[in-house]
Design a protein around this ligand. Structure first.
Ligand code: G4P
Length: 191
């Protein structure tokens, strides 16, 4: 998506060999106009799939997920990384290891908000090693929910996430696909 690629080139900062800092519009300060465009694009791509729910993981997945839910006219559910005071029982849960941060989180979703009649669109801000998405897929499996596809704002195509998800038959739609970081600049996959 050209609008997003241009914004990454303008405001993204490459850190080291494999991390892109986008705090200016996605991960800290948020550009709601851009986020709405992203949500509309996910909704356009996944239109006609009879999606009943958008699913993501807190924190940074929530904003693009909400704009996607708004465009599709369906509710958005986010998995929690920390147990809520009010959510103790009747939870689906999965373990997610982050290679980037070297931490393991247990993500949970209340059984009240996901079930076998749901057709789910998974949305996340970054796809790196695919572990967050895998955790959400595991939760959908527990709930008996069908997965319509996966929408990613920024995919780091040089990491293994897309391969892992495609091997499981997922339709992965990423709005920006990064081929490499070369001397501090971003190179996109030529499609
Ligand atoms: P994975 O889900 O694809 O396996 O990714 P990984 O565990 O490697 O990433 C862990 C966290 O780091 C995720 O955020 C992910 O969004 C973020 N991340 C991965 N690569 C980048 C990057 O190049 N730039 C930025 N800005 N973030 C990256 P998280 O822990 O869920 O954080 P948050 O959503 O709570 O903020």
């Amino acid at each position: 998506m050209k609008l997003l690629e241009d914004r990454i080139l303008r405001d993204g900062v490459v850190l080291g060999d494999d991390v892109l800092k986008v705090d200016n519009f996605l991960n800290h300060q948020i550009d709601p106009v851009l986020m709405q465009e992203l949500g509309n694009e996910f909704a356009r791509y996944f239109a006609g799939k009879n999606i009943t729910k958008v699913l993501t993981v807190e924190t940074s997945g929530i904003v693009p997920a909400v704009f996607t839910g708004l465009a599709l006219g369906v509710p958005v559910v986010f998995a929690r990384k920390q147990k809520s005071l009010t959510m103790k029982d009747n939870l689906y849960s999965a373990t997610v290891y982050s290679f980037t941060k070297d931490v393991t989180n247990e993500i949970t979703i209340s059984k009240q908000y996901l079930g076998k009649d749901d057709k789910v669109l998974i949305i996340d801000d970054f796809l790196a090693n695919g572990q967050a998405t895998n955790g959400l897929m595991e939760i959908c499996k527990q709930a008996g929910a069908e997965i319509a596809g996966v929408g990613i704002v920024i995919e780091k195509s040089f990491q293994k996430g897309r391969k892992i998800l495609e091997e499981q038959g997922m339709d992965v739609y990423s709005l920006a696909r990064i081929q490499a970081f070369s001397e501090g600049t971003v190179q996109f996959v030529q499609e």
